[in-house]
Design a protein around this ligand. Sequence first.
Ligand SMILES: Cc1cc2nc3c(=O)[nH]c(=O)nc-3n(C[C@H](O)[C@H](O)[C@H](O)COP(=O)(O)OP(=O)(O)OC[C@H]3O[C@@H](n4cnc5c(N)ncnc54)[C@H](O)[C@@H]3O)c2cc1C
Length: 463
Amino acid sequence: MSTSTLTPASVRTALEGGPAGSTTILTPDDDGYEAARAVEPGGVPWRPAAIVRPTDTAGVARAVRFARDAGAEVSVRSGGHSALGIGREDGALTIDLRGLDGVEIDTAGRTAWAGSGLTAGAYSTSVGRHGLVTPFGDTASVGIGGITLAGGIGLLARSRGLTIDSLLGAEVVTAHGEVLQVDADHDAELFWGLRGGGGNLGVVTRFRYALHDLPTVVGGMLLVPATPESVAGLVAAAEDAPRELTVILTTMSAPPMPFVPEEWHGRLVVMANVCWSGDPDAAEAGLAPLRAVAAAAGGTILDAVRPAPYADLLEPAPGGGIVATAGAFFAEGFDEQAAAHALTELETSPAMMRAVQLRVLGGAVADVPADATAFAHRDAPLLGYVMAAGPSPEAVAGYRPWVGALADRLRQRDGTYTGFVGDGDPRLARAAYPGATWDRLAALKRTYDPGNLFRANLNVPPA
Ligand SMILES: Cc1cc2nc3c(=O)[nH]c(=O)nc-3n(C[C@H](O)[C@H](O)[C@H](O)COP(=O)(O)OP(=O)(O)OC[C@H]3O[C@@H](n4cnc5c(N)ncnc54)[C@H](O)[C@@H]3O)c2cc1C
């Protein structure tokens, strides 16, 4: 519990009007507060004292200084795809960045400045109009704020690397209320920490990204019957594929959606989300080993792979207030034994919805040395994720032991991915930031946030 004296009235008095007068303030009695505090997945109970929505960097700095002086916890919300983006302590202040949504594209220089309240989808659509991309994840509604600071593992990971590998600089408001322009030549150690260190080191108001020429990719979903052989075979094919191909495999019961043939509703399937970002003419050859695995499993149930702009492959999040719990793990591979175990567990789990997702890494992700950024898991071949979802927080609390046990069973190496951690468990922070990464982040924290103002995250306390 915080010692903050921050109240809705004190926030209004301090932040309404003034030079950053365009800041919108929402307190629990305001219309719009409930919608503004909602994050994805849903069911998050926390109610910050106020949610402030600045439209510029000065407004963010003002909110940070005010919260620091009031001794309040600050949480920072960009796309709201993590429970960590909403203030948890009584009297917390949530800085909602959705008003920072500008994009400035330098097509000649192949760079873009982007306001940190943008979603990955909105940004990708803007730069995509010029045939350009910056790699993000697989979901359009995820905020560029959270995903960039976590690392950013998506459909271009093996060919273009993580999001942070395309990050050239950032504008940051520190806990002291200072505005810094940070890049490889200015506050270089802070720039190192922003690339993977989550929201620990300040509020990023703008990111500067490298842009890659990529007018179209060949991608979309292959729906394949899930058997131990098909799951393990798809993983192996994705691992052996050239780096132009990135594959994200989600094994789950087929949802009763119109695009899924009715006889498959409720049966276990693998949704292979594929993205070929090399020469389009070579895509079929690149995808052939995956299709061969599908054929051996009885044939592809659905083939939605097509040439498309990268932005079109980013899907919206499920939404609808669904509540979820998840556990991430790194692995060396995924053999038939692991797949058989996962399938049995998915078949028998009591959870309303459950899935095991596998992201095949390698390629450009592993080109970068482990200590070059605060994302320390460069050589992990596979990132996995066990998820269970249901209608209410109470129902989902009951699924947690199942999620934890299955993730533990499938884990083959230490560590976790910041982006896939939805609570501030200190053990998970240690796992995300092992060894020297932890020490460097803790030293940065001592310099830039000695009072641990930014603790509503996967927290690294000051050294
Ligand atoms: C449906 C779904 C799909 C996903 N897919 C992927 C994927 O493909 N690849 C992947 O890597 N991750 C993925 N993620 C994980 C996602 O990257 C993280 O949850 C990320 O933190 C979400 O960012 P956000 O801005 O939307 O979240 P928020 O809830 O707004 O923020 C999350 C955290 O980031 C901090 N933060 C956000 N913006 C800033 C900022 N500007 N300055 C300082 N701190 C900030 C917050 O304080 C908080 O700790 C997915 C998550 C969901 C729910």
